[in-house]
Design a protein around this ligand. Structure first.
Ligand SMILES: Nc1ncnc2c1ncn2[C@@H]1O[C@H](COP(=O)(O)OP(=O)(O)O)[C@@H](O)[C@H]1O
Ligand SMILES: O=C(O)[C@@H](O)C(=O)COP(=O)(O)O
Length: 418
């Protein structure tokens, strides 16, 4: 197998898998660390974990177990996939997991590259920008679980890891693959353990993708994987064929939105103007055991129309701050996730076969509640959001990262099924 990927959340996993498939790499996504005996045939395997916001020691244990499974399949290269907005808690899991993976592989150096220019994530001088705005000034500063209040990737990485972090400057990236490799060698020579890769555009993506070809472990977002896959294009199959097994097949859709990101707020606003929509009451998530049953009954009544019913917890930063102040951030987000998990399970048992889900943590809980083992990856609805189809039952899903897709994403997902 060419590439083994450990993703720290479920939308992140489908994001990277979607880019690999779009470049013609046959890819399978496995939800959680699979049992030792499972056989898979693919160019790339993505193991999706829900390890972004849990305690660091749990994230390390899960990631090492995933690495062990992948190593047993003779992967040529390993990729630790985290968010293109470097989402991590104040203590942070990206550093500890990167360190643990490096140590387990006997390596002492890797790259840090969350860039994804096609979705507006660029890196300059080691600072991460979201649509031209520094990360800490973007909507990510209000994230319910992983608010990002620093834009400097070197500082973020050093704060949560054991080593020093340098930067491969945009000028070197613009000069090409050999200049990037020389800069990486120089940083390593200076005792750095990590090197941020500046990336401003699609050409830089291709350059850094080639430059990391010989590294045993790389870390970053799906943009880096896109560049790596492009560098392998000569050995790849037809993208349409690679996506065939993941094409959506269902007929009873629902939309579940648990993301409070800026783009999801816009998507929910656009969709609820035209489709049946039910807001989630956080207080009832916290206190009412029967609440998921009630939501289930509502969805069931609404299915069968032109547009799938939407259940959403999505709210704006002011209301979110109020809820978190009143109930505690962890308690509120945990209760909302639990409700989505219960609702998804009830819906699947009743025959809902298509789940369009917004939010990484939300997607994680939905997929875990459905108990799906893994996914075939299908065509992309928007950059970073492919359709996926469960390997073990006829269920299709679109797992949308909070900030991905255009304002009409929920409509697009129901229209773009081929
Ligand atoms: N109204 C709300 N009040 C409190 N927490 C919420 C609310 N809506 C969503 N959440 C929580 O916010 C988190 C959003 O994270 P996630 O699903 O990963 O979205 P994103 O992809 O935007 O990061 C989840 O834990 C979710 O349960
Ligand atoms: O890299 C990205 O931005 C996404 O793949 C990702 O990790 C999404 O996480 P959420 O925003 O929590 O959905």
């Amino acid at each position: 197998m060419r590439l083994g990927i450990i993703a720290d959340d479920f939308t992140g996993a489908t994001d990277i898998a979607g880019f690999l498939v779009a470049n013609g790499l046959s890819t399978i996504q496995l939800n959680g660390v699979p049992e030792a005996g499972l056989q898979v045939e693919a160019d790339a395997v993505v193991i999706s974990l829900k390890s972004r916001s849990c305690p660091a020691d749990e994230a390390v244990t899960m990631s090492l177990a995933a690495l062990e499974w992948l190593r047993a399949r003779d992967c040529e290269q390993f990729f630790f996939k985290y968010c293109s907005t470097f989402d991590s808690t104040p203590r942070g899991n990206i550093g500890p997991v990167t360190d643990a993976l490096l140590d387990a592989l006997g390596e002492d150096f890797t790259v840090i590259c969350p860039a994804l220019p096609v979705n507006g994530r660029t890196i300059y001088n080691g600072y991460l920008f979201v649509n031209g705005v520094p990360l800490a000034e973007s909507g990510m500063r209000h994230h319910p679980v992983t608010p990002m209040t620093d834009s400097n990737l070197m500082r973020l990485m050093e704060a949560q890891s054991t080593g020093k972090c340098g930067d491969v400057h945009a000028d070197d990236v613009a000069r090409g693959v050999e200049a990037v490799k020389a800069s990486l060698d120089a940083l390593r020579g200076k005792g750095m353990r990590y090197a941020v890769l500046d990336v401003l555009n699609a050409a830089d993506v291709a350059t850094v993708g080639k430059a990391v070809a010989g590294m045993r472990l790389v870390t970053g977002g799906s943009g880096l994987a896109d560049g790596m896959a492009k560098a392998w294009t000569d050995r790849l199959s037809d993208p349409a064929q690679a996506a065939a097994a993941g094409r959506p097949s269902g007929e009873r859709p629902v939309v579940l939105s648990g993301s409070c990101s800026q783009m999801t707020n816009a998507q929910v606003a656009a969709y609820k103007d035209e489709a049946p929509a039910c807001p989630i009451d956080v207080v009832r998530c916290l206190s009412d055991e029967g609440y998921a049953d009630e939501l289930f009954a509502w969805v069931r009544d609404q299915q069968g129309g032109d547009l799938a019913p939407l259940v959403y917890a999505t709210t704006d930063p002011d209301e979110l701050a109020r809820i978190q102040k009143q109930h505690g951030a962890e308690q509120a987000s945990g209760a909302v996730e639990r409700t989505f998990g219960q609702l998804a399970k009830l819906l699947a048992e009743d025959g809902t076969d298509t789940f369009i889900v917004a939010g990484g943590e939300t997607s994680g809980i939905v997929v875990q509640s459905l108990g799906v083992t893994g996914f075939h990856i299908g065509p992309q609805i928007a950059p970073g959001v492919p359709w996926v189809r469960a390997v073990d039952r006829p269920i299709s899903l679109a797992l949308k990262s909070g900030n991905f897709g255009g304002p009409r994403f929920f409509f697009d997902a129901q229209e773009k099924r081929g």
